[in-house]
Design a protein around this ligand. Sequence first.
Ligand code: G3P
Length: 224
Amino acid sequence: MKFFLDTADIEEIRRARALGLLDGVTTNPSLIAKEGRNFWEVVKDICQTVQGPVSVEVVGLNATEMIEEGKRFAKVHKNVVVKVPLIEEGIQACRELVSQGIRVNVTLCFSPSQALIAAKAGATYVSPFIGRLDDISQNGMDLVRDIRTIYQNYGFKTEILVASIRHPLHVVEAAKAGAHVATMPYKVFNQLFQHPQTDLGLERFLADWNKVKDKIFPEQISCL
Ligand code: G3P
């Protein structure tokens, strides 16, 4: 499974990249707005910080605007993936951008039928928003499983990029469901490492070791 960060914060991207576990980044207008910096500079900085796909979302509401925006985004860096919303105009834009060799992430997917449409339109990625489905008492992970079944049935190449991830269990469940990518906030990325028993175990090992280390672990290796 590929790990993407869902952020436009360069510092977070740097920290995740340093661990060698980061495969890409997704952004959306809300995340970029949060940075309060020049849009083009933010996109360029992200592309220079991560080696992998960087999703950048259009804000136009008709296909012509989306296609124009998408073409401009794609010129910024070869790793840019154009993100379009799963509405009729977005699907039209997806087809056109894909036909021009530009990769597309179809976002705001909330149903299996929408995911089927995205795949038929040649999307590189489809982004089911699982947290927002959970928010309204629908099981977000059921959607991921349904999409996986449908894509397998027909051999669609579109990758399932699970978005709106809120906690580590979402990542685990998405992996069990066979999703290709999980995009997550930096906080969740960090939480993937954590287990209280790991911390406790380490604390105990070190406490035992420190009690005797001067006796059994001299600085000089005299017996070798
Ligand atoms: O990329 C989509 C993601 O940022 C949405 O997450 O937590 O706002 O539903 P959330």
